[in-house]
Design a protein around this ligand. Structure first.
Ligand code: CA
Length: 373
């Protein structure tokens, strides 16, 4: 019996038999099968696992993954239950891609740039220096063909991808010296991941990889000269204001980093279409929730950093930003040349970014100026 026949059957059972509604509304399979009751088929239940690249219940990101699982449970009437595991609880944090691809677990919440080693084009679905902000990136993904390309990229890995969260514009990072000109990047040792790290390397610095738990100590001991993390809320929680003097903006390297949910394609296709829509709808809700949460928390904690801890805010000069932007274009084009899929994804991303510019110039950009921001 396929899902449409089953739905039709359930409908007839509901209409035709007194008490059918109650039976459908939550009786257990055992009660459906009591003598004399109609043979109502209980919908199949699923128990899935979701791993994350974040520590357990990590602010906003891990909390969002927890809420996503809860919403799917509630929206499906308990039909799809998902147990969430923080990074390292079930598997190491950055092994989620393989685990979901192989079906060891059904879902992973993380960010696409963690999988650059699997497919370089993944980076265009997370963070591109001087790329689009969160709103624009969602526009490309949902309405500009990005989502179809994302599925095309992940299909060979037996994965379905969905945007689930966005950090908004990040901060430029914590530095223990002033960054007045591009020459100040020479010899700079900075913890900065992804394409931004490649830009720093072109500027004469070196990108250092550190696990989240080691960054503060490395910064305090001078193992690194600078670090970026996310924005005021998370950076406050990490305590970076105690280890570095200058807090630079804007976060040119991550102007609106998208987070992602990946789902094992085989498992996803086994769900009835209504359950698939539940997963997609909960994912979309979670996508909006995380961006909203970042906006609200970052504004509150920026104030705490400057008023309670006298953090010195510094803006990168136009000359520094212009030079870094030039390096960024080189980096993007290098990624696009790695394989045909990277070229295809970058072409779409870059065209959308260029096309959205004239509209942004006379809408958001002008509006911010007009209100004195
Ligand atoms: Ca970051």
């Amino acid at each position: 019996m396929d899902q449409f026949e089953r739905r039709d059957f359930l409908k007839k059972a509901t209409i035709g038999v007194a008490g059918g509604v109650a039976a459908l509304a939550g009786c257990s399979p055992a009660s459906d099968e009591k003598p004399g009751a109609p043979a109502v088929h209980t919908r199949k239940k699923y128990e899935w696992k979701m791993v994350t690249t974040w520590p357990p219940h990590f602010p906003i990101l891990g909390e969002g993954a927890d809420m996503l699982a809860r919403w799917i449970d509630e929206m499906s009437g308990g039909q799809l239950k998902i147990t969430v595991y923080g990074g390292g609880e079930l598997i190491p944090p950055l092994e989620g891609f393989d685990a979901v691809s192989q079906g060891t677990v059904e879902m992973c919440h993380g960010a696409a740039y963690y999988w650059a080693g699997k497919a370089p084009a993944t980076q265009f679905f997370a963070a591109v220096p001087f790329g689009m902000n969160g709103q624009q990136l969602n526009a490309w993904i949902y309405s500009g063909g990005g989502l179809d390309l994302w599925q095309e990229l992940y299909a060979p890995f037996n994965l379905v991808a969905m945007p689930v969260g966005n950090t908004g514009v990040q901060m430029g990072g914590w530095y223990n010296r002033e960054m007045n000109s591009i020459a100040d990047f020479h010899g700079l040792k900075m913890r900065i991941p992804g394409l931004g790290g490649k830009v720093i390397a072109k500027a004469g610095g070196s990108a250092v990889l550190s696990a989240g738990g080691e960054i503060y100590t490395n910064l305090e001991r001078g193992v690194i000269d600078a670090t970026e993390w996310i924005g005021p809320y998370h950076d406050y929680l990490m305590g970076f204001f105690r280890a570095a003097k200058y807090y630079y903006y804007p976060g040119w390297h991550e102007p609106g980093t998208a987070l992602e949910l990946i789902v094992n394609r085989t498992a996803f296709e086994q769900l009835s279409s209504d359950l698939q829509r539940v997963v997609e709808t909960a994912a979309a809700r979670s996508n909006a929730w995380m961006l909203s949460e970042f906006e609200a928390k970052n504004s509150a904690y920026l104030g705490k950093l400057t008023t309670e801890h006298n953090v010195v805010l510094r803006r990168f000069s136009d000359e520094v930003l212009k030079t870094l932007r030039g390096f960024s274009v080189e980096v993007e084009n290098e990624v696009a040349e790695v394989d045909p899929m990277s070229k295809k994804v970058y072409a779409s991303f870059d065209a959308f970014r260029k096309n959205i510019d004239p509209w942004a110039a006379l809408s958001e950009k002008l509006y911010y100026s007009a209100i004195g921001g």
